[in-house]
Write a protein that binds this ligand. Structure first.
Ligand SMILES: Nc1nc2c(ncn2[C@@H]2O[C@H](COP(=O)(O)OP(=O)(O)OP(=O)(O)O)[C@@H](O)[C@H]2O)c(=O)[nH]1
Ligand SMILES: [Mg+2]
Length: 444
């Protein structure tokens, strides 16, 4: 860890603004700050100063803040300059700070140092980036909850439970078969069950968090002319896609970011699904299936003026069942099919009928969840690690129920603990850290 280096960055976004902030972190932050301001700086106080270049010429004046280690964001000596927010003046200040010995920070390097100095765990550091990039209010609230440690606390509680179990099981390894009566067998199996239940619970929550972070992907599918593009336009609130009465109007997949009830959605309008000889349309249909396969929710539209046809049934049979929503479109048309079918919805993009119910259906679970104030931000890597940990615990429970090989159980528990520790960063590779922090903004 290169803590001997002092890093510097402009922390405010590029462009002009009232104020521009430069931040320094590292062992020479104070000396550099005192040199550029030609004055003594006390920690923890707001101080108004003038800033000079190498020839003692005045560059700007503004406010200085000195945070003495370890009481700073990074845990190191940190110095902040609030100057005027013009790109040229900030650039001249940055250049001067560089001359005085600071090196330009890499993206996320301040947060990386905060993590390495134990100021934040990895999920909290990631939550900072997610808070900055949050695309909706719900996402922003979830990110701040993760930053406050809501997610890490649950992961840590699970790690504790696994460690307890491991201690128990590893004790068994040291005793001969006939001596292990002291282990209460039913206790082990109930503890394994409790662990996997808690893990599944956390996994469900993390999956919600991931959707908030990435946005819920919704794919609109159906036969040509079913009304997919009309629905996309209605939800987006503008004419994003071309709508005509010609079958096969849409070819490319059209993606719109739409926030509904505080949930960020990525809605894809796709080509109508049918047999086609046209290579352009064939490619469009291939992409439509691709989009369907990747979607969190698939909305299958049926033109209710035509009713559910054999062609519709053939496609529906190929769709994933657990995330499918059947919707009958154009319900404003006279003679439209309105026979109730399970949880199918009836909508019209002309009258607006049924759209509110559809939005409720898409966002429902996620929106309710946010209302409960328990959603936290999570990423795909967290979900993946939780799945791996869950599988290890399941395997341990299985071994316990069958061969009862203590070695194998201990090994699975060890692996589960490692996956959980990866989430908070207790156990991480350099590569993973590099990947995570390089996606941050400069100056954070
Ligand atoms: N009356 C009525 N007409 C609709 C409604 N929704 C769509 N239409 C009409 O149905 C036709 C097809 O609509 P699109 O939205 O282009 O259908 P699509 O599913 O995107 O069609 P492709 O891109 O060809 O696959 C257009 O003439 C629309 O005006 C509706 O709710 N009510
Ligand atoms: Mg279309």
């Amino acid at each position: 860890m290169p803590t001997h280096e002092t890093i510097v960055a402009i922390a405010t976004p590029p462009g002009t603004g009232g104020i521009g902030i430069l931040r320094l972190s590292g062992p020479h932050a104070l000396t550099i700050g005192e040199t550029i301001s030609a004055s003594k700086i006390a920690p923890g106080r707001i101080q108004y100063r003038r800033f000079y270049d190498a020839d003692d010429e005045l560059l700007d004046h503004g406010i200085c803040l000195y945070f003495k280690a370890p009481h700073s964001y990074t845990g190191e000596d940190s110095f902040e300059i609030q100057a005027h927010g013009g790109p040229v003046v900030l650039d001249m200040l940055l250049q001067r700070l560089g001359e005085l010995g600071a090196r330009l920070a890499r993206p996320g390097e301040f947060s990386e140092r905060a993590f390495l100095n134990g100021k934040l765990d990895l999920t909290q550091a990631e939550a900072i980036a997610d808070l900055i990039e949050a695309g909706s209010r719900a996402a922003s609230r979830a990110a701040i909850r993760s930053l406050e440690g809501q997610f890490s606390r649950q992961v840590n509680a699970l790690v504790e439970a696994v460690i307890d179990l491991r201690a128990y099981i590893e004790a068994a390894l040291d005793f001969a078969e006939e001596e292990i009566d002291f282990l209460d067998i039913s206790d082990i199996s109930s503890r394994l069950a409790a662990c996997s239940e808690h893990l599944q619970n956390l996994l469900d929550q993390a999956e919600h968090g991931r959707r908030l972070q990435e946005g819920l992907t919704v794919s609109l599918a159906g036969l040509p002319n079913a009304g997919k593009s009309s629905l996309l336009n209605y939800l987006a609130g503008y004419e994003a896609a071309i709508v005509t009465e010609i079958e096969g109007t849409t070819r490319d997949v059209l993606r719109e970011h739409i926030s509904l009830k505080g949930i960020p959605l990525k809605v894809s309008d796709t080509a109508g699904l049918r047999e086609s000889q046209n290579p352009v349309e064939q490619e469009g249909i291939r992409r439509a299936w691709d989009s369907i396969a990747k979607a969190d929710v698939v909305i299958y539209l049926v033109d209710s003026s035509k009713g559910l046809t054999a062609a519709d049934r053939k496609i529906i049979d190929k769709l994933p069942v657990d995330n499918l929503q059947l919707v009958f479109s154009k319900c404003d048309l006279p003679g439209a099919d309105n026979v109730n079918r399970g949880d199918a919805l009836f909508i019209s993009t002309v009258s607006g009928e049924g759209i509110e119910s559809l939005i409720q259906r898409i966002t429902g679970e996620a929106a309710d969840y946010n209302q409960d104030n328990q959603a936290f931000m999570a990423r795909r890597r967290h979900v993946d690690a939780l799945i791996r940990a869950r599988d290890c615990i399941a395997q341990a429970a299985d071994t316990f129920a069958t061969t009862r090989s203590w070695e194998l159980i201990a090994e699975d528990l060890r692996a589960a603990q490692r996956y959980l520790n990866e989430i908070t960063g207790e156990f991480t590779s350099e590569d993973l850290l590099g990947k995570i922090f390089s996606s941050f903004c400069i100056g954070k």
